[in-house]
Write a new protein. Structure first.
Length: 279
């Protein structure tokens, strides 16, 4: 069994933050359910378990099936579900202009958005081993530094023949100068050197929303496709010019941004976030 870190101060009235519990997660769910029938427990990675209050137990199970990756837990007010209200000011925890534009388009004018770059917030070191972990790290850093609710994305390209690389290191392959031309050449080079030349690849996006010194929610979206060389198109950013989504003949770098938005990994992640916190 993995040790499970539990936040249950709203369950029994005492602060058991950082309490380590070893045991079956189902038993823990039953324990929590004996106090509140509207508590849903969800995982960040495999090792960390926290509590989320949502409107009904059945809705909790539906959210679980839809892929809520965890990280949300009770706020300070019992009986209040986590919500993002229209018009609230959000920090988009990014210094990447292309990513900032996509996040702004996804939010569709519902919120007053300012970027971490515009606020001069430092970029935290991405020390986690998953997209969800790094998104959560960035959201919490921006929320705590700014005192505002923060939205963060961690995303990247994974290539089947490269055992999922560059994956969470996608940005680092571009180097300090964020030269994605170099990064795409590196992917092509590594693929040529691989025993398996399978061009299958996928983009993953993890989106995290964090409240200052408070709860957080993380979701993931993915789009599958294949690599193509040489790079084509200049409408996207990052690895877009070498990626074709399944069923498409144009790369993400060639697609009209509105067309890309209908199928992208970030759009799919946002649909889950919207269902959990906005709708």
């Amino acid at each position: 069994m993995f040790p499970i870190i539990v936040r249950c101060n709203m369950i029994c009235g005492r602060n058991h933050s950082e309490t380590t519990v070893t045991g079956c997660s189902d038993a823990l769910i039953n324990m929590c359910s004996s106090f509140f029938d509207q508590v849903f427990l969800s995982f960040i990675d495999v090792k960390f378990l926290q509590c989320i209050k949502i409107s009904s137990r059945s809705q909790a199970h539906n959210t679980r099936r839809e892929g809520l990756a965890g990280g949300a837990f009770w706020g300070d007010e019992a009986g209040m579900a986590l919500r993002l209200l229209p018009g609230v000011r959000l920090v988009a925890a990014t210094h990447n202009p292309g990513k900032a534009r996509e996040l702004d388009a996804l939010l569709d004018g519902r919120f007053d958005v300012v970027t971490a770059g515009a606020l001069g917030l430092p970029e935290p070191d991405e020390t986690e081993q998953t997209f969800a972990g790094n998104a959560l790290l960035k959201a919490r850093a921006a929320a705590n530094a700014s005192g505002m609710i923060a939205l963060a994305d961690d995303s990247g390209l994974s290539v089947a023949a490269l055992d999922g690389a560059p994956g969470i290191f996608s940005a680092r392959w571009a180097g300090p100068a964020r030269d994605f031309g170099h990064a795409m050449r590196l992917v092509e080079q590594r693929l040529a050197e691989a025993d398996d030349r399978n061009p299958a690849a996928w983009f993953t996006s993890a989106l995290a929303v964090a409240w200052p010194d408070g709860p957080a929610v993380v979701v993931e979206g993915r789009v599958d496709g294949a690599l193509t060389f040489p790079p084509r198109g200049d409408k996207g950013f990052g690895y877009d010019p070498i990626f074709m989504a399944a069923g498409e003949t144009l790369t993400f770098g060639e697609l009209d941004p509105m067309r890309k938005e209908t199928m992208s990994h970030r759009t799919r992640a946002f649909a889950k976030l919207k269902a959990a916190l906005i709708d």
